[in-house]
Design a protein around this ligand. Sequence first.
Ligand code: NAP
Ligand code: G4F
Length: 366
Amino acid sequence: MHGETDTDRLARANAIRRRTPPAHPAGAPRRALFRGPCGIGQTVSMAPRALITGITGQDGSYLAEFLLDKGYEVTGLHRRSSTVTFERISHLTDRLTLVSADLLDEASMLRVLRDHRPNEVYNLAAQSFVQTSFAQPVLTGEVTALGVTRLLDAILLVDPSIRFYQASSSEMFGKVAEVPQTEGTPFHPRSPYGVAKVYGHWITVNYRESYGLHASSGILFNHESPRRGLEFVTRKVTHSAAAIKRGMKKTVALGNLDAQRDWGYAPDYVRAMWLMTQQDAPGDYVVATGETHSVRELCQIAFDQVGLAWQDHVVVDEQFFRPAEVDLLIGNPARASGHLGWKPEVGFEELIRLMVDADVAALAKL
Ligand code: NAP
Ligand code: G4F
């Protein structure tokens, strides 16, 4: 509000919080929520409402499916672009409400929250590609770091009873201080993206501690699927293996083959996001498989799936090396398993083989 100081704003947010009954009192059935004032002749919706930022991305598309299947009304925030970016959600668009807004523009988020009054907000939007963050560090910081504050501030102003999920990342562990990594492992990010995610993580914790928001941070390790962007190494390799098998190209150029990641299956991971927002108390959770594999192993399995030897088709190109690398990630999901009852259902080899099969099938349709 015009002329409002930080202290005024905190007082106002706290006053709002005191006035607003929690949307999800502990133990109450989450579906007993009303869309708005209801009188005779007005429509009443018993469905909980979720807002997903980044709905056009890999995770956004799976989370939208998951929440729709649970009976949620889902609003997806997408940013304006000159070409359509709805490929991953085209099968869902008649079940979703899509609204245009941008993490760079706080007023746009205020409007969306005010107009759609979600009970839960999942912040998945980010400049999420590590390599690009070295070339565009400021943009990455604006979206991936400060974007989180803009959204949290908007929530504080519109409805502090909203439950919030922040998409934090194992990239925050960077040059790892211990193996495996847990919620207590110190952060040492190795990219502007990692630095931005550390900011997003701590501002989420800070708003939880300062204003009592139900704000949780999921420290998710790498998770993949046939909907993964083609620039990430798993999809780059699975798509290339399929294309090489079809004779569309002969080689794929990669960077560091020794890098090791804890790779899981994206649909398993969106389930963990939802479980976090259903807890009585907010918290931070590592979500991982507890296994690590190298880029070299990834290549071996992907090319094996199409009956080829990876050594005949993979070349190393320095342009794909990073100025600073994260050599090894392996998470310990014990807390997610114990508190949330979460466990992954798809293992690494099955994941890579299903991604190759999906790419083979997609290319066969061209
Ligand atoms: P993704 O496929 O790259 O999707 C990112 C989404 O953010 C897209 O919908 C993108 O929209 C949107 N976006 C980018 N800039 C925006 C802006 N300024 N305003 C509004 N929306 C914007 O990423 P993902 O793999 O689904 O990951 C989801 C989240 O989890 C990200 O925050 C990522 O950093 C984090 N994360 C991912 C992993 C993983 O392994 N996948 C692991 C840990 C954490 P466009 O479609 O218009 O580009
Ligand atoms: O697939 P990547 O690009 O994923 P990266 O950097 O681990 O980041 C992903 O996971 C994070 C969670 O830890 C997310 F927060 C983030 O948003 C994103 O989803 O690279 C994986 C590894 C790296 O060590 C990279 O150096 O693969 C190595 N690599 C080797 N050759 C390559 C390539 N990566 C890419 N993208 N392309 C290559 O040609």
